[in-house]
Each structure stands twice: as C-alpha cells, then as structure tokens.
Design a protein around this ligand. Sequence first.
Ligand code: NAG
Length: 184
Amino acid sequence: MNPIANNVALALSFFICISFFPLLNAMPDITPTCEKTKHKDLCIGSFQESYLGRYLPENASPKLLASIIIKIVVNNASDVSRNLKTTVLEGPVPLTPEVRAKYGICDQEVVSAMKELDKVRTAMEMSNRRSEKLNMQAAITNTENCVKELTQVEAQLPDKKQFDEVVVLKEMLENIDDIIKTMG
Ligand SMILES: *[C@@H]1O[C@H](CO)[C@@H](O)[C@H](O)[C@H]1NC(C)=O
C-alpha cells in the first residue's frame, strides 16, 4: 500500500471503531425483566455489576437476558462455594466438629444448586418447561437447606459473612424462578 492509501485505511478503521463504540457500550435495559422479581434491587444490581451483561445487544430477548442472569448466579454460587471452602472449611479459625459438618453440608448443597442451574439452562435451550421448573425448584431447595444448616449453629459461626452470602444467593435464585415463571 502507498502511504496515502495507508492513511486512508487508518482513518477509515478509526472511524469504524468510533461508530461501533456506542453500540458496545449500550447495555440492554434489565428493569422490565427484574420488575417481575421478588428481590428487584438485587436483580438489577447483580446484572449491572457483572461483566456478562456488557456483551449483550441492546435489544436482547427476554430469554437471552434470563440465561445471562442464570450465568451470573452460577458464577456467584461458585464464589460462595469457594469462600466456604477456602475461608471457612480450610480457614484459620478452628471450628467445632458440629459447625464444620454444617458448613460441609452447606457447601455440598451450593454445589448441587449449581448443577441444577446448569440443567435449567439446558432445559431453557430445549424449551423444556417442565424440567426448567423442576430443576429451578431443586436449586432453590438446595440453598434453603444450606441456610437451614447454618441457622442451626448461627450463634457459633466464627463469621456471618458466608452465611449472608448464601442468603443472597438464595434470593438470586428466587429471582430467576420469578423470571422463568413469567416467560412465555
Ligand atoms: C454474589 O452477588 C451479590 C450481588 O451481586 C454480591 O453482593 C455478592 O458479593 C456475591 N457473592 C460473592 C461470594 O461473590
């Protein structure tokens, strides 16, 4: 390429970049989707906090939005599980055998919830409404079980942080359930 053509090409690609930039920045409006949920602020907040929403087209369908919200929650669950393992089960604070056992059960429940959520996503892709609902309910029950276990030993917990994280996770799952229920 001669230098002039080179400059034109450069200017052109620069122009193309600039004109696409607003598109990349525009996020879909999550409010109508989150409007239907019990924990609405959490629904909107977790979507806006996550990097996952940034790659969506502005006009993303409700189904796509729901699947992204599920993905955000799966990531969250995996962080909750990691924190249970690294900061509590393998953490520096000695635990009584009873508290250790409860945390252990709780972590297994969170891991199961993640597996159920994977099934929900597959069910959504295949438009299997029955499996969607069943697996969603199973995932919620998993987190409820975890909360119950920790509630039994709440006074003995070295730190409330993980407990609170599980409660938030449960609320996020309830939100997905609300979203799925209102999808056609
Ligand atoms: C899970 O998501 C909620 C909402 O975005 C956030 O407040 C919380 O810190 C997350 N938990 C973990 C363990 O990342």
